[in-house]
Design a protein around this ligand. Structure first.
Ligand SMILES: [Fe+2]
Length: 281
């Protein structure tokens, strides 16, 4: 019998896992392995009102892989990063505005590190209205291509930049801010990511700036069209948060975004990131 009781939330992405004991998640290696399998199959796992405490969240994430500690210092527990627009809780809150656009985390790393494998969020405080997290399956987006599209788009390469994602949310940035964005190196990725598993997914989202060798406007129009197709409402799971919910997603196989919410809202998510070991190729 499987360790996890899983119910699919939509046809293409997301499943709910019930009946897990948070302490067991932190302690049991078999649970970690079962979660990784379920994540590969479903893209997103939702643990409703699990009540996972920060220390247990970090311990659980260690069962899934190596944890990102590069953002430590914003929360008393190492491995936890508070996601909030509230500047009193996180001094880098302004950067998080870009999370309202569809994206894959880690497409514009500081160095050449691969995108993170998985992200875990637990809801500490939720917005009164809005603030859902939405997910779209980027494997399904590739599978939906015709054979001709698979051939044509499979050859494309796309330049990703921090500037591209930040410009979408800053209408009139100062030269200093633009210079800061540009200090982060840009990265060229294939549009179609061929994973070790042999599965293929699309690498799209806010950081995708332009298509190599294509007219800038034409390439951007194509990227916007592909993103639209990948994120049609019937391909999306939208998670409405309750306090204590934990959600984990496969950052290599889903696009995600936050739905807008009042910037004065106390909404606070505690994030732990599991580092990736698979370059986009
Ligand atoms: Fe994100």
């Amino acid at each position: 019998m499987s360790l996890l009781t899983i119910n699919k939330l939509t046809a293409s992405v997301g499943a709910e896992v019930r009946g897990l004991d948070p302490d067991l998640m932190a302690a049991d290696d078999a649970v970690g392995a079962a979660v990784l399998d379920a994540l590969e199959d479903n893209g997103v796992l939702v643990f409703p009102e699990l009540g996972l405490q920060p220390e247990a969240q970090v311990a659980f994430c260690r069962k899934l892989g190596e944890i990102d500690h590069s953002s430590d210092g914003h929360h008393p527990v190492a491995g936890i990063y508070p996601v909030t627009l509230d500047k009193s809780k996180n001094a880098s809150a302004a950067y998080l505005r870009a999370t309202f656009d569809w994206h894959i985390d880690g497409c514009t790393p500081t160095n050449d590190e691969p995108p993170q494998k998985a992200t875990v969020l637990s809801a500490k405080q939720v917005a009164e209205r809005g603030g859902e997290t939405e997910f779209a399956n980027s494997y399904a987006a590739y599978e939906a291509f015709s054979d001709d599209e698979k051939r044509r788009f499979g050859a494309l390469r796309v330049v990703h930049s921090l500037e591209a994602s930040q410009r979408r949310v800053h209408a009139d940035p100062s030269p200093e801010l633009v210079a800061k964005w540009r200090s982060r190196p840009t990265h060229e990725h294939p549009l179609v990511w061929t994973h070790r598993s042999g599965r293929r997914s699309l690498v799209l989202g806010a950081s995708a700036d332009y298509v190599v060798g294509m007219d800038r406007d034409e390439g951007r129009a194509l990227l916007a069209d592909l993103l639209d197709r990948a994120t049609q409402a019937d391909l999306v799971y939208s998670h409405s948060w309750s306090v204590g919910d934990t959600v984990i997603w496969d950052n290599n196989g889903v696009l995600h975004r936050a739905a807008p919410y009042d910037p004065d809202s106390p909404r606070e998510m505690l994030r732990t990131t599991v580092l990736g070991d698979e370059p986009i190729q």
